[in-house]
Design a binder for this molecule. Structure first.
Ligand code: ATP
Ligand code: MG
Length: 238
């Protein structure tokens, strides 16, 4: 049964039009010996401002490759990625570097901290290279991830959980529009994984960043606004 009022009153919302990040018809191939392998196939994806999106799928399904393309760390063979109306695929490396510094945050499975910088210097790094140093903001983040007692330590003096908390603070320090995380808890035990993920979710909520997380953790998927599943280089239709 349909009533005329419900059938006509609410127009459909075009989420893709208002999206922060939009990728369309992404394709990526790699050369393996004589063969050209297609590893990302006709992927269309969008992420709204402030949205928490989880990407799942079997090992080898293309999740990390896709994240690298969305974050403009890697170029697609064809297709476009746009962030806040800027087409990333048409920009040169210098312009992309500025966008990565100002608008994006990153958290990787293996932490990727700069080994010669202390906790405080690693967290300050995105602000310092953008020539916008802000010691008060750095202190705020150090406290938020509970590393005040470790601020002068080098990464190799830290536990895995402490390293990833540093990486989470670094990812959010400059109020990025979007944060990309590739299995951010993959190298941590359950207790540290929960703590790191909760910090990432809390901080991104304070900042208002969108968050795209690749994970195998179903508990995390339950918390997401939207879950995207990949299979063999494609997004599985929902
Ligand atoms: N540079 C490369 N050269 C050859 N093959 C590659 C390259 N990069 C990725 N691949 C292949 O592309 C496919 C997708 O890789 P990708 O790392 O994106 O998978 P994934 O979904 O992140 O897997 P995992 O869950 O194990 O991290 C895999 O089959 C992988 O072997
Ligand atoms: Mg991966």
């Amino acid at each position: 049964m349909t009533s005329p009022s419900t059938a006509t009153s609410i127009p459909p919302v075009d989420t893709e039009k208002s999206a922060l990040l939009t990728a369309s018809q992404l394709n990526k191939t790699v050369q393996v010996g004589e063969q050209k392998l297609s590893i990302i196939k006709d992927v269309d994806i969008y992420v709204n401002a402030g949205e928490f999106v989880v990407i799942m799928g079997k090992s080898g399904s293309g999740k990390s490759t896709l994240l690298g393309l969305l974050a403009a760390l890697d170029y697609p063979d064809s297709g476009t990625v746009s962030l806040a109306d800027q087409t990333l695929s048409s920009l040169d490396e210098d312009s992309l570097a500025v966008i990565r510094q100002q608008d994006m945050g990153f958290v990787f499975q293996s932490f990727h901290l700069l080994p010669t910088l202390t906790v405080a210097e690693n967290i300050a790094f995105p602000l310092d290279i953008a020539r916008r140093p802000n010691p008060a903001r750095v202190n705020e983040l150090i406290d938020a991830v509970d590393l005040g007692h470790r601020r002068h330590s080098l990464p190799n003096q830290l536990s895995g959980g402490e390293q990833q908390r540093t990486a989470v603070a670094r990812a959010l320090v400059s109020h990025p529009k979007i944060v990309f995380a590739d299995e951010p808890t993959g190298n941590l035990d359950e207790q540290n994984a929960d703590q790191v993920m909760q910090l990432l979710l809390d901080l991104r909520q304070q900042v208002g960043s969108a968050l795209v997380v690749v994970t195998h953790d179903p508990a995390l998927a339950e918390m997401a606004d939207r879950v995207i599943t990949m299979h063999d280089g494609r997004i599985v239709p929902t």
